[in-house]
Write a protein that binds this ligand. Sequence first.
Ligand code: FMN
Ligand code: SF4
Length: 458
Amino acid sequence: MADFEPVLLANIHLPDSHTFDVYEGKGGYRALRKTMRELKPVDVIEMVKASGLRGRGGAGFPTGLKWTFLPKDHPGPVYFLLNADESEPGTFNNRILMEEDPHQILEGLILSCFATRATAAYIYLRYEYPLALERMQRAVDECYRARYLGANILGSGYSLDVTLHRGAAAYICGEETGLIESLEGKRAWPRIKPPFPAVEGVFRKPTVVNNVETAACVTQIMSRGSDWFKSIGVPPPADNPRDAGSYGPKLYCLSGHIERPGCYEAPLGITVRQLVDQYGGGVWRGRKAKAAIPGGISMGLLREDEFDCPLDFSGPGRYGCLGLGTAAVVILDETVSIMDYLYNSARFFAHERGGQCPPCREGTSWALKILERIRAGRGRLKDLDLLAEIAGSIGIIPGTTICGLADGAAWPMKNALSKFREECEETIKRTNPKGWMVTDPVPALEAGITVHELKAVH
Ligand SMILES: Cc1cc2nc3c(=O)[nH]c(=O)nc-3n(C[C@H](O)[C@H](O)[C@H](O)COP(=O)(O)O)c2cc1C
Ligand code: SF4
């Protein structure tokens, strides 16, 4: 790692790094000009495929492969959606890129649109990011003035329009088909797939959805080459040659109980321990870590003795987590109650879920009610089995829901209950010494009680 050179964040500390002049002065848009002059769309697709780039939005799908799913002879239009909704708790790498280096994203977006022959691109930008919205809009305007957007870009014959759309302020708007519905002016209820967006997306036309950081990676691939990109990161694990590997630089958001929280660029495959010690300056106040969320709250939990887990696309899965997710690492120190972590996570998902799928709608609300009751000193050991049963029966993976939000709600429960079972049992016994062994049905909390009135368990 010693010779690793950050590229995605290379310019963010320059004065006025968000402006066209600074970006172009540092060599920006050279790749775009070269591509427009010398390459065909298929060349860009081949370069992105050869680089091994996988989407940075959470699922890690190979980007070049996704682009090839567009129907070959479609009369058009083809749309491109840049997913800038970034609502996964702990995640802020898209915000930093949009605020400090919006042209790096736009260059990648234009190159990606050229590759996929999209003639209109929408940037769906999280409602709560006003500075990012302002700077992205300014960057789009600057691109139009420079003729990098609009009709017949740089005389290439290729035309592209980009429109910014301020998001509807809900986590579910980040799910790609929820995002499409929201962009069309409807409630962000995810669509049943197939058809996938590549075949039927915005306005029922073929659509590519990519994340902001994915677009920034495309800029770097087209400017430095696929071999350079593939020389960073890790190949597939030996026991799973079908894995697509984890290549390129990655933005890791580090927060929680850490001395130096921030957004750090490192090669894919760095371990949690390396990230905490070498970038984050260790756990705050000299305390010990108890656990870490490896990639946004949806991904579950790693114990401290699992901190050698590599943060690549397959690492967290090998430790029982859902995946790498957004690579947003949140450190929980030894004073954190796992029951509080579970309660906070359940509160988030019960609030943010849509309502189409009964297992998700009822499961997330039910889990929250159980956790509220435990926090109120009325928990029973049996509740832990109940929570595990709910966690095991909601989500795409057990096949009961339309989108992955429910899996994200399930994983914190699955991991906490299996990795910290003893602590959960002790919390219940300590806070409900007379009733923890009760197995009869227990009535719900009295109607009207609010979360804020509940007694914390410690
Ligand atoms: C509940 C939920 C929320 C999501 N939120 C985001 C988000 O805010 N930003 C994002 O890029 N992807 C988000 N995703 C993933 C997108 O559906 C999609 O996979 C991604 O935008 C594709 O881009 P990529 O291939 O470049 O990763 C979310 C998925 C789910 C299930
Ligand atoms: S899983 Fe949950 S959030 Fe996703 S579509 Fe179904 S109800 Fe909505």
